[in-house]
Design a protein around this ligand. Sequence first.
Ligand SMILES: Nc1ncnc2c1ncn2[C@@H]1O[C@H](COP(=O)(O)OP(=O)(O)OP(=O)(O)O)[C@@H](O)[C@H]1O
Ligand SMILES: [Mg+2]
Length: 286
Amino acid sequence: MIDQAEQLRNIMKNNNGNKNGQDTRIIAVTSGKGGVGKTNLSINLAIAYARLGKKVIVLDADLGLANVNVILGIIPKYNLYHLIRKQKTLGEIIMDTDYGIQIVAGASGFSKIANLSNEEREQFVGELSELSSADIIIIDTSAGVSRNVLSFVAAADDVIIVTTPEPTAITDAYGIIKIIATEVENTELGLKLVVNRVKSVTEGKKVSERVINIAGQFLNLKLDYLGYVYEDTEVQQAVLRQKPFLASNESSKASICMKHLAGRLENMEYREGSGVPVFLKRLFGR
Ligand SMILES: Nc1ncnc2c1ncn2[C@@H]1O[C@H](COP(=O)(O)OP(=O)(O)OP(=O)(O)O)[C@@H](O)[C@H]1O
Ligand SMILES: [Mg+2]
């Protein structure tokens, strides 16, 4: 919990605008098990944030099947690969949506970063610095461990781990937390847990306590419980309609949870000295 003075500073910071990207908050969304709701959470959290008056960009770092553009019902023509190849500028690969958020399709390019010359890399990072115009960047990663996922996790200001109450999802959530704890050096990582598809508040609390206690006991790792999202048939229906559930029905059970999550996150502190320039430095290890 943050005190009133901190809250006031945050409000003032937000009112000051975010001209140089130093206030951009970068949130990575990840999970151990696949299919637990990362993409739905990323998009709808982004929309909830946009409704708080924030400029939000969702970076789709998962090139799997059920990804950001499918849920939004749009087809990105270009992705970061085109940026790396200098075929497009960042402005040309960012896509507007009908929901007040923008998206950038992603990460296939990121594995190619290692092969870029210094000059190419400088230019690429220079282009990405334009992301600084956003207040919030939400990175939807793929499930499980890969170098890409770990790079994003290590570079972000906040990392949201998504699980469901299913025992397999909980075990895998613990698995990814353990890997993050051992692989990522950054000790200030703001790790947060969201329990998706709960049937009651108590269920969310129980699951979170289990994961948080194990992480604390065996990994000496601090993990905050960000909150829960109800199991809600409107989520499936929205996916089928290719329209985000928050935009389909703002007062559905899942939508209300989403607004709470955005509100809570907004009131939580995040690490000092963040923003796009620092994020890129961490991402590319410069
Ligand atoms: N709160 C919810 N209530 C009901 N169904 C849900 C909820 N959250 C997710 N789902 C269902 O789970 C499916 C998978 O969600 P989503 O694509 O967001 O998961 P993911 O973690 O991004 O998957 P992947 O690991 O494949 O990227 C959705 O299409 C929907 O049917
Ligand atoms: Mg996904």
